[in-house]
Design a protein around this ligand. Structure first.
Ligand code: GLV
Ligand code: GLV
Length: 327
């Protein structure tokens, strides 16, 4: 009997070519517009699906799973984060969940370093000044930023991405790393080497010159960076979030920016996404916002979509997923 695969967006070219060619015994239904599938469309399209290949822009919950029906075997998201998926709803129905770990580590760590340097060196203000004709003369005192040499960097979430960020920043002369997370990671500490310490959050906030958020969004990390946390940071801090917008209480961040409590901020993720153009967050020259492109290289996005395809096909065959969320 033929199976049905639902794909919620057009994929990077190499993977899309595989979808267009098709798979034996599988009917493919795909949302091909380059915008998130509207919820009502998704609920209709999901009906009868044996496998769903989705993105982080698609909320996966009981309503979707019920709309699909009891034959649904697997949900495969083209992302490493799965905070958009209600995991208990899947588990109670014995539906497998595939994610794309590993392949986006380097690209996302690159984006994190990009934002650290851009924020620390006031890239937005400098680039804006050139465009607006405000580049008067070379000046000994104009647009001075800060550098990483001999500094302390705090990493929240020393997973694959956090560790890759630390490895990169070491090359910039960072003197000391502090980190926070669910547990101490001695192997990762050894691999990074040098001065690296698992500390309480309070100490990380107080002592870090740069803070990078690299953890998953979950009940424990939601709104973890609130006004109080920002108030505990150095007033010169460089704060960068490339994980999920929901880890930051954005109103608290805006208040802290207004009161000059933060040196500079770099965000690749916000609430909501896309961030409305009139968001107050965009009014601060020392806050640079990117449109969630952490993993946005052709190489990485292709690797992600290939894994997402392998996951969904394995699940539809009733096999173990190559990359399950709980592997
Ligand atoms: C991107 O944010 C991802 O989770 O893969
Ligand atoms: C994500 O891949 C992480 O573990 O940091």
């Amino acid at each position: 009997q033929r199976q049905r695969l639902v794909v919620t967006r057009t994929l990077p070219q190499a993977s899309q070519a595989r979808i267009d060619k098709g798979f034996d015994g599988i009917d493919i239904i795909q949302w091909k517009e380059d915008r998130a599938i509207p919820r009502s469309e998704f609920l209709k399209m999901a009906k009868g699906a044996d496998g769903i290949l989705c993105l982080l822009t698609d909320k996966i919950d009981a309503e979707v799973l019920d709309a699909a029906g009891s034959q649904l075997k697997v949900v495969s998201t083209m992302s490493v984060g799965y905070d958009h998926v209600n995991v208990p709803d899947l588990e109670s129905r014995n539906i497998a969940l595939g994610i794309t770990p590993g392949v986006l580590t380097e690209a996302t760590a690159d984006t994190t370093v990009l934002l650290v340097l851009a924020a620390a060196r006031r890239l937005r203000e400098g680039a804006d000044a050139v465009i607006q004709g405000k580049w008067g003369t070379w000046s000994p005192t104009w647009l001075l930023g800060s550098q990483l040499t001999d500094k302390t960097v705090g990493i929240v979430g020393l997973g694959r991405i956090g560790a890759a960020v630390a490895r990169r920043l070491k090359a910039f002369g960072v003197q000391r790393f502090l980190y926070q997370g669910t547990r101490r990671k001695e192997e990762t500490e050894k691999e990074i080497g040098g001065n690296i310490e698992f500390v309480q959050m309070e100490q990380l906030l107080r002592e870090s010159d740069v803070i990078c958020v690299c953890c998953a969004l979950n009940d424990k990390t939601k709104n973890m960076f609130d006004y109080k946390a920002f108030s505990q940071m150095k007033d010169t801090v460089v704060f960068v979030n490339t994980a999920r917008g929901g880890i930051v209480d954005q109103d608290g961040l805006i208040s802290a920016l207004k009161e000059g409590k933060l040196g500079s901020v770099g965000l690749d993720v916000t609430v909501p996404e896309p961030l409305p153009q009139d968001s107050e967050l965009l009014s601060f020259p020392n806050c640079l916002v990117l449109p969630h492109i952490g993993s946005g290289t052709l190489e990485t996005r292709t690797a992600m979509s290939e894994i997402a395809i392998e996951n969904v096909l394995s699940g539809m065959r009733g096999e173990r997923l190559p990359h399950a969320h709980n592997a």
